[in-house]
Design a protein around this ligand. Structure first.
Ligand code: SF4
Ligand code: SF4
Length: 336
């Protein structure tokens, strides 16, 4: 894959005129030392663009004249989760949390999921525009985007393969969440689903981290130990009795400290090289106000997740081993 270089890319006057008074980074809480819940900053649910300050920029992106094939994918409702889920069965099937956890994972993995994990539902993940449901568990699903389709990111009119793949996998993970929610409901338990690209009720990335799907990368997306960063997420929140998984620390966070592949490749230079304080948490963060104009111009970007070394086929296993050896060396040094 051709290595992309950071450029002096500038947003167009047209987009500049649409900027709201408040910065996206301010809405996201960049620099804030106190915890607060996140706010929806982009892609509000049901296209309610007037409900957020950056709604005009969302509309701008939609008017960029998408490749017709991409438009068809997103409007292909029969290949997404049903708008209305099935009724909850009157009789509740009883089983242990261990068995339900195994069953729900098996169902997901045999119904298109590439990754699945369970976490205790944390109210801190919900956008402040939404009520927090009184549910104990979230099941998070990951769908893999094919490297061959993503390697030429960003999408262009001439080569829309990245946008096509992103759309197909958004539909895939949305279907998974719909099917799993209906399966849980058929067992007599409550379940509600969330899929992208709309924001939904909550931020799925912290839930996916807690559910063991990977670590947060410098590019602000999940890095999975097998599949790298070419992932889309969806989830089901439920009261079915389950057992939570644990976060997966395999060294990706350490790797990011000394890697600059994504930050060097990002055309508008949106990726911070050091962790930032965001609503009370120190973490990797992408400058929303630099990223979104570029993302809009190309109707999607994905350069950072495509160039990430963990995403290249056949590389992740070696990197996991390398980071395990590095950790062992450090532990040995510390103990002598
Ligand atoms: S998606 Fe955003 S952060 Fe990633 S490379 Fe593109 S502009 Fe940069
Ligand atoms: S490209 Fe490098 S720095 Fe960026 S997320 Fe991947 S491993 Fe981390």
């Amino acid at each position: 894959m051709a290595k992309k270089a950071r450029t002096n890319w500038q947003m167009s006057e047209e987009q500049r005129r649409l900027l709201p008074r408040i910065a996206g980074n301010t809405i996201n809480g960049l620099g804030e030392s106190e915890f607060r819940r996140p706010s929806i900053v982009y892609w509000p649910n049901d296209f309610a663009f007037d409900s957020i300050p950056h709604g005009e920029l969302c509309k701008f992106m939609l008017t960029r004249g998408a490749n017709p094939e991409v438009g068809k994918i997103y409007s292909d409702v029969k290949n997404r989760a049903p708008k209305i889920l099935d009724d909850i069965a009157q009789t509740r099937v009883e089983d242990t949390p261990e068995n339900w956890s195994a069953k729900v994972k098996e169902f997901a993995l045999t119904h298109e999921a590439d990754l699945v994990g369970i976490a205790a539902l944390d109210p801190a993940w919900f956008f402040d525009q939404h009520d927090i449901p009184n549910l104990p568990w979230i099941v998070v699903f990951g769908g893999r985007m094919r490297y061959e389709m993503m390697k030429n990111a960003p999408p262009t009119k001439e080569d829309p393969s990245t946008a096509i793949e992103v759309g197909l996998v958004y539909n895939q993970v949305d279907r998974i969440a719909g099917n799993v929610a209906n399966w849980i409901r058929s067992q007599g338990y409550y379940a509600e689903n969330q899929g992208g690209p709309s924001s939904g009720k909550m931020n799925l990335i912290p839930a996916a981290l807690q559910a063991g799907l990977g670590e947060l990368g410098k590019h602000g997306s999940i890095i999975n130990r097998k599949l790298g960063s070419l992932l889309r997420l969806s989830a089901v929140r439920t009261d079915m009795p389950l057992i939570p998984d644990h976060g997966d620390d395999f060294g990706a966070d350490d790797f990011c400290v000394n890697c600059r592949v994504c930050s060097d490749a990002c055309p508008p230079g949106a990726i911070f090289d050091t962790k930032q304080k965001v609503r009370g948490t120190e973490k990797w963060y992408v400058d929303f106000d630099k990223c979104v104009p570029y993302f809009n111009e190309y109707q999607g970007c994905a350069i950072c997740i495509a160039v990430c070394p963990w995403s290249r086929p056949g590389i992740a296993d070696n990197l996991v081993q390398k980071m395990a050896r590095r950790k062992e060396r450090q532990q040995n040094q510390n103990s002598t």
